[in-house]
Write a protein that binds this ligand. Structure first.
Ligand code: DHB
Ligand code: MG
Length: 238
């Protein structure tokens, strides 16, 4: 489901808000073209969605970002570009994707601030968690979950266990062209993964706030699940 007006509006905004000659856009364009030339599926965040992640990181003054699902590295580049001190730890299951992402990250001059870990999120997150629990690694203050959708809830739970209070956790792709509310799609793995995580956060007293923001644009119609972690049992989740 796509509407050309959505792409046109994205392009209009890009033209007016985001100068093509900026360094960030050169880095992102390079990453996008590299991913395309290396046959990586073009399911990455759109430019404006990347910019949204970046502004969210800036708003909470993020220093330590965790991402599940690197793909070609584009969202990691946006998040790392939110500030000069931000470190991004991103997990990628596909060796080829990781290599391409690392090339794009190097081109962006961000190799020292973006660490790509190879493996399935479900295997790698517990290892990171051990390092966080033992104090070898700082807690995260921003998390972007954008990997295999059936594991959304697992990733959310693992991530929350490694977050500082007031961390922001965003999950991509929770609306899926509106299938979220379509019971005939209840067995669709993406829809199932979205419903599971939305259902869980809806009753999670550790959150200070949570919402779903439906999105349209060049990528079509989907949505972000946006959570603010509060770490205290008195949090009111509304
Ligand atoms: C798919 C995955 C994504 O993370 C996304 O943003 C869009 C599509 C997919 O697997 O089809
Ligand atoms: Mg996605």
């Amino acid at each position: 489901k796509k509407d050309e007006r959505w792409t046109a509006a994205d392009n209009y905004v890009l033209k007016h808000l985001h100068p093509e000659e900026s360094q960030l856009y050169e880095h992102v364009r390079f990453a996008t073209q590299l991913a395309e030339s290396k046959d990586i599926p073009s399911i990455e965040v759109s430019l404006l969605q990347g910019k949204f992640l970046m502004t969210q990181c800036q708003m909470i003054n993020a220093k330590h970002v965790l991402e599940v699902g690197t793909l070609g590295g584009i969202s990691a580049i946006f998040q790392a570009s939110a500030g000069p001190e931000i470190k991004v730890t991103t997990i990628e299951v596909d060796e080829h994707h990781k290599a391409v992402a690392e090339e794009a990250i190097a081109h962006a001059g961000l190799s020292d601030r973006i660490e790509v870990l190879l493996g399935a999120g479900i295997d790698v997150l517990p290892k990171i968690r051990k390092e966080v629990d033992s104090g070898q690694r700082p807690k995260f203050d921003f998390v972007f979950i954008d990997a295999d959708k059936p594991n959304n809830l697992n990733y959310y739970n693992e991530a929350l266990a490694m977050c500082r209070s007031r961390a922001c956790i965003i999950v991509d792709n929770v609306v899926r062209g509106g299938l979220l509310a379509d019971d005939s799609a209840a067995e669709n793995p993406g829809v199932k993964g979205a419903r599971e995580v939305i259902g869980a956060v809806g009753t999670d007293a550790r959150l200070l706030g949570t919402t779903v923001l439906q999105t349209v644009g060049e990528k079509g119609y989907d949505g972000f699940l946006n959570n603010l972690f509060a770490h205290v049992s008195s949090a009111v989740n509304d």
